[in-house]
Write a protein that binds this ligand. Structure first.
Ligand SMILES: [Zn+2]
Length: 121
């Protein structure tokens, strides 16, 4: 989800809290207004925690790379800084049991092979 869409969804979600607030204030009109507002916000929090979690679930910008110092490149054996592509929109090695790191040159070659296979970057 891009930021613009996320923002519009978030503003719309805030509007959804209006009926809860208004409804509780009407139903509890014989109570103290502060008490009614606290109850309304408690109900809102119980509901919107899950909706907000949904809205912000994918705020990571892809592609996601992992970088580690002093690794041995799996392709050429060079001891250097290593790169590993972890996740894109249609590629996921988040839970890879034996992650493979490559030097910059080999990781660039590997990325080209993945692109040829249809990975979206
Ligand atoms: Zn290498």
């Amino acid at each position: 989800m891009n930021l613009g869409k996320q923002y519009v969804l978030y503003l719309f979600r805030w509007q959804l809290s209006s009926p809860i607030l208004a409804g509780v204030l009407i139903l509890m009109s014989n109570q103290n207004q502060w008490t009614a507002t606290i109850v309304a916000n408690l109900i809102g929090g119980l509901v919107f925690f899950w909706i907000d979690k949904y809205i912000f679930r994918n705020s990571i910008r892809f592609p996601l790379w992992e970088v580690q110092e002093d690794i041995k490149c799996v392709d050429c054996g060079q001891l250097t800084r290593g790169y590993r592509l972890v996740k894109t929109n249609n590629y996921d090695r988040t839970h890879d049991k034996s992650p493979e790191f490559r030097c910059e040159r080999c990781s660039r070659n590997k990325l080209q092979r993945l692109k040829d296979e249809g990975i979206e970057i």
